[in-house]
Design a protein around this ligand. Structure first.
Ligand SMILES: Nc1ncnc2c1ncn2[C@@H]1O[C@H](COP(=O)(O)OP(=O)(O)OP(=O)(O)O)[C@@H](O)[C@H]1O
Length: 447
């Protein structure tokens, strides 16, 4: 199936899902459904990931802009209790962190037979960090500092509340375009922080530390530090540091990571401390916060956004997110489409500015930087399933024999990996769930 056909199908599916959700909400209510309907007006789709669909909505009593995430019951892997009620771990973890300034505030939640509706604050106008970086190709070191120090502090505060996010990445950070404040979202992979090792993971493959691929085990804080390193590298270079599991497990054997923009030694030092192969030698979250690069006072958001390119992006986002132009209860509009796939914003790259003296990963030396840049920021990342035995074998073997890298074997392995972990089509199950709920409600009405 060609990409345009697939995109068209996905668009159709998305509008159908939205239509069904609307129908469902307008039908007879049950188990908190009527309350939701009374309190919120659902609007167009805002974004979607592997496990949920997020909609724009408005709280009817005071016109507060909110985001509503629908998660299907069958997709919930971990459960917890709030006031005696069984809820997905996501809601519980979000509730635990809701007082943290850098975490999106949980306002409300509803339970329906098919799943849960999570009502969250929605900064306006806002953009997620993936789209923010994509809109500009990469961001300046000053801008990276401004955003990263907030994110690192938020992760620290979550950890102090014994919450481990486990899916730290640019897609899960929302930026308030008025103040520059960052908000951590998507606690779908979050769990209670513990001292012992974890052997389960639901995060994102390319933000994952090597110990997971090599041993299927990781420690909470150490894995979070690794992801923060990936996030910081990505912000500055506009591309991820590692292409695949092999890169993640072997890059340390090949010298320092290449940088594709001129950046300070201080930030390179911080990134290398976060991306230290050995988890026990990796820096701590506290030492990230005390690192001279992070401690340096950042420029104000006003000054940072004076930059023409950033202004342009902001204007574009404001335009597309203008709630006055939102069509109440309408299907996804042109501007919404633009927002979720901002392909019109150019992605720039400075091929000549790559650090040529530094060592490069196995994958980076032969390919021109421009091509790599595109490869690494093609789309939002897919979710991580536990590594298969083939993947683990390949990663272990690769980490032992870095110099005998064979392109053909690597490609074959990659193809095999793709077969095992190709990204799932977005939420076709949501549609089924909503259909089921609708027919049950219709039956209830008849009887
Ligand atoms: N409160 C919010 N305010 C603004 N935008 C939001 C909010 N929550 C989610 N989004 C947007 O919706 C997108 C998907 O949200 P989220 O990551 O929670 O979904 P998901 O299905 O859990 O995704 P993933 O597959 O990454 O786990 C985000 O990348 C973001 O663009």
């Amino acid at each position: 199936m060609t990409l345009p056909v697939l995109a068209k199908k996905m668009k159709k599916l998305a509008s159908l899902q939205f239509f069904n959700l609307k129908l469902l909400l307008n039908g007879e209510s049950s188990r908190g459904f009527s309350k939701f309907k009374k309190n919120y007006k659902l609007k167009a789709e805002l974004g979607r990931g592997g496990f949920g669909v997020v909609y724009r909505a408005v709280r009817t009593c005071d016109n507060t802009l909110v985001a509503v995430k629908f998660i299907e019951r069958s997709n919930v892997k971990e459960w917890a209790r709030i006031n005696g009620e069984q809820v997905p771990m996501e809601i519980c973890m979000l509730a635990k962190c809701s007082k943290i300034r850098g975490v999106i505030r949980l306002l409300d939640w509803y339970s329906i037979p098919e799943g849960f509706l999570i009502v969250m604050e929605r900064p306006y106008p806002c953009i997620d960090m993936f789209d923010f970086i994509k809109g500009q190709g990469k961001i300046s070191e000053e801008m990276a500092r401004f955003l990263f120090r907030q994110i690192a502090l938020t992760v620290h505060e979550c950890v102090q509340n014994r919450v481990l996010h486990r899916d730290l990445k640019d897609e899960n950070v929302v930026i308030d375009l008025v103040t520059g404040a960052t908000k951590l979202i998507d606690f779908g992979a979050a769990t209670v922080l513990r001292r012992s090792q974890y052997s389960d993971f639901q995060g994102t493959r390319l933000y994952c530390p090597p110990e997971w691929f090599l041993h299927s085990l990781y420690l909470g804080r150490e894995a979070a530090v690794w992801s923060l390193g990936v996030l910081l590298y990505n912000s500055l270079n506009g591309r991820l540091p590692f292409r695949n599991e092999k890169d993640i497990c072997t890059a340390h054997l090949l010298g320092p990571l290449p940088f594709f923009v001129p950046v300070s030694q201080e930030v390179k030092d911080l990134i290398s401390k976060c991306l230290t192969f050995e988890p026990f030698q990796r820096c701590s979250i506290e030492s990230i916060l005390n690192h001279p690069w992070v401690k340096q006072q950042p420029l104000s958001w006003e000054l940072l956004t004076k930059n023409k390119v950033q202004k342009k992006t902001n204007e574009k986002m404001e335009k597309s997110d203008d709630h006055h132009s939102e069509t109440l209860g309408e299907e996804t509009s042109e501007t919404d489409e633009e927002r979720s796939h901002p392909t019109t914003v150019s992605v720039s790259q400075q091929p000549g500015s790559a650090d040529e003296g530094v060592g490069s990963s196995a994958s980076s030396s032969a390919t021109p930087p421009k091509k790599q840049h595109k490869e690494h920021r093609m789309a939002k990342t897919s979710l991580l399933a536990p590594p298969t035995s083939i993947e683990m074998k390949a990663a272990v073997q690769a980490s032992k024999t870095p110099t005998q890298f064979n392109v053909h074997t690597a490609l074959k392995n990659q193809r095999q990996m793709k077969k095992h972990h190709s990204p799932q089509p977005p939420n076709s199950t949501v549609l089924t769930a909503l259909r089921r709920a609708m027919s049950r409600e219709a039956q209830n009405r008849i009887s």
